[in-house]
Design a protein around this ligand. Structure first.
Ligand code: AMP
Ligand code: ZN
Length: 315
């Protein structure tokens, strides 16, 4: 086998379980299935379609802002939604945040631009530096928490400006399991839902890759020869991802156990109130929905404007 082909797309001789052809096949241990590449592409898109329909994620005629980071997950999502939009009658548009991390963010943006032009999808880029924001440690928040808070607030306002009723993120099966697992470790018995309904000025938020193991997103990108931004974020740390290895080990020992675990958790854990932190009211400054008087973006903007000092800190 070509040494440059990553393990994720290892191809062997065999019989495709979908079309029956004796040919080159991919082994999808996650689904106990061997399939040929063309059947894989259809299988992958059909699974996303099933998630969209099962949870009524997107209605006909709606515009969907797809939050694109340029990584394998959101790239696979963007392309699959582009194809599904044609048959299901919705319109995907791409939204990317340039996260003001110097050359890393510039290179990231270039890849996203290339992806969107190849997919023929309009792209909206927001430079968070233009809003006086940046990703860094802030008064006890990790840089990742700051980044997450900025993205969550901005998804909504930018989607609205783009005329989108729906925001789609590329959270995967592993992301959902990780959330649930961390919750369980602190006796919080809630699972992130696949759809957050609209309300209080918020767009509907959907996770079409809710049941999709992330390895398959990479396989999809490789088979469709999609460009992917593969650099690690400057704030990436092995510690932040160590828990995910628990699931990878479990999957290795018991194939398809990640999906089975998620399906079991869905039966016993509550899907209610997972990420909505109480009722929202308009931010006193910018009017965006917020659970505090000032929204996260306005609070962080103030913090950076003051040069990272608390109000009352000596200047
Ligand atoms: P993360 O907070 O990195 O786990 O990302 C959560 C979701 O946000 C991803 O699944 C993407 O859909 C989206 N996302 C991540 N980074 C960006 C970005 N720079 N611009 C737009 N969307 C992003
Ligand atoms: Zn605000």
């Amino acid at each position: 086998m070509d040494a440059t082909v990553p393990e994720a797309v290892k191809i062997v001789e065999g019989r495709c379980r979908i079309c029956g052809a004796r040919t080159e096949v991919l082994r999808l241990t996650e689904f106990n299935l061997k399939v040929c590449p063309p059947c894989f592409l259809r299988f992958f898109e059909r699974r996303i379609r099933r998630a969209l329909e099962k949870h009524a994620m997107v209605g006909e005629g709606e515009r969907v802002a797809v939050a694109v980071s340029g990584g394998k997950d959101s790239t696979a999502l963007l392309y699959a939604l582009k194809r599904l939009g044609v048959v299901m009658g919705f319109e995907p548009v791409a939204l990317h945040f340039h996260l003001a991390m110097g050359g890393y963010s510039d290179r990231n943006l270039e890849v996203v631009k290339e992806q969107c032009s190849r997919a023929g999808i309009p792209l909206k880029v927001l430079l968070i530096g233009d809003l006086g924001l940046r990703v860094q440690r802030v008064k006890g928040w990790t840089p990742c928490a700051v980044c997450g808070a900025i993205k969550r607030s901005l998804f909504n306002r930018e989607a609205r400006k783009m005329g989108a009723q729906v925001v789609a993120t590329a959270h995967t099966l592993e992301d959902i399991l990780l959330f649930a697992f961390k919750n369980l470790l602190s006796r919080n018995f809630r699972l992130p839902p696949p759809v957050l309904p609209p309300g209080d000025g918020l767009a509907r938020k959907v996770k079409p890759l809710y049941y999709m193991p992330e390895r398959l997103n990479l396989v999809y990108c490789r088979l469709r020869e999609l460009p992917i931004f593969e650099e690690k974020c400057p704030f990436w740390s092995p510690h932040g991802h160590a828990l995910k290895e628990v699931f990878e080990h479990m999957e290795k020992v018991v194939p398809s156990s990640k999906l089975q675990l998620l399906l079991s958790l869905r039966e016993v854990l509550s899907l209610e109130g997972m990420t909505l932190s109480g009722p929202k009211s308009p931010c006193l400054r910018c009017g965006e929905p917020s659970s505090q008087p000032l929204c996260a973006v306005c609070q962080l903007g103030d913090w950076f404007l003051r040069g990272g000092r608390r109000t009352g800190d000596p200047s």
